[in-house]
Design a protein around this ligand. Structure first.
Ligand code: C5P
Length: 220
């Protein structure tokens, strides 16, 4: 079993999900469920993954006032079995602490989103964020540490640039094989590179395009 790779199940509806799930389920234990799948057939998918005994990362990137975040996670944890959930660090320390409070009783780990990789320095300036993106990311990571959440979503570029994550779990998306087109992504890492610095990586399109055989070769 491959234990440090989250398969991003970015599909619409249960049938499309299950077709792809079959391709990876013998090898991968961690599954990430995001907006696309959760908002199309979430209940069915979550119940299915629970029966399959998979570890689930519910990538709902919550962002609201502390009370709403806390009650939202409490409701989700009553209804579903999952192991990780994302919360935006930009919601502030109190919201992160509220998330942690709701999650800790059920052993769910809170992962903080620092800055979406789709935003650049210009976007951040327009939004009122002064300074370098790396500085903003470091500040947000520090807020995550102080709030006592479990981990952060962090790009390989940030890890390379020396963002200090202390004891937080590091979960890294933006992964492609060396032979793939980089597309519009400025800095992507291969699975092997990223696993040299991150605790876990997230793979979606590349995983399903090349299959688990290619992944096992990479990890040899
Ligand atoms: O690009 P790929 O298909 O591997 O993306 C997998 C997952 O990682 C997606 O579900 C997406 O939400 C997340 N992702 C991210 N930040 C990035 C790239 C992808 O959070 N920079």
């Amino acid at each position: 079993m491959i234990k440090r790779i989250f398969a991003a199940m970015d599909f619409t509806g249960f049938e499309e999900f299950r077709e792809h799930y079959k391709l990876i389920s013998d090898d991968i234990v961690l599954c990430k469920v995001g907006y696309q799948l959760f908002y199309s057939d979430g209940e069915k998918v979550m119940d299915f993954l629970r029966e399959e005994g998979k570890s689930v990362f519910l990538d709902l990137k919550l962002d609201d006032i502390p009370n709403t975040v806390e009650k939202g996670i409490a409701s989700l944890s009553r209804r579903f079995k999952f192991d990780y959930i994302t919360v935006h660090i930009s919601g502030g320390s109190a919201a992160l602490k509220a998330a942690q409070k709701a999650a800790s009783e059920s052993g769910i780990k809170i992962l903080g989103v620092t800055v979406l990789t789709s935003l650049d320095k210009n976007d951040m300036l327009k939004l009122g964020g002064e300074g370098d993106i790396a500085e903003i990311i470091q500040k947000r990571v520090d807020v995550a540490k102080e709030a006592g959440i479990d981990g952060v979503i962090i790009s390989y570029r940030d890890l390379e640039q020396g963002i200090d994550t202390g004891g937080l779990l590091k979960v890294t998306p933006g992964i492609k094989y060396a032979e793939e087109e980089k597309g519009d992504q400025k800095r992507v890492a291969t699975p092997k590179e990223a696993l040299g610095k991150a605790d876990y990586i997230v793979m979606g399109r590349s995983l399903f395009r090349f299959g688990t055989k290619r992944l096992k070769e990479e990890l040899k």
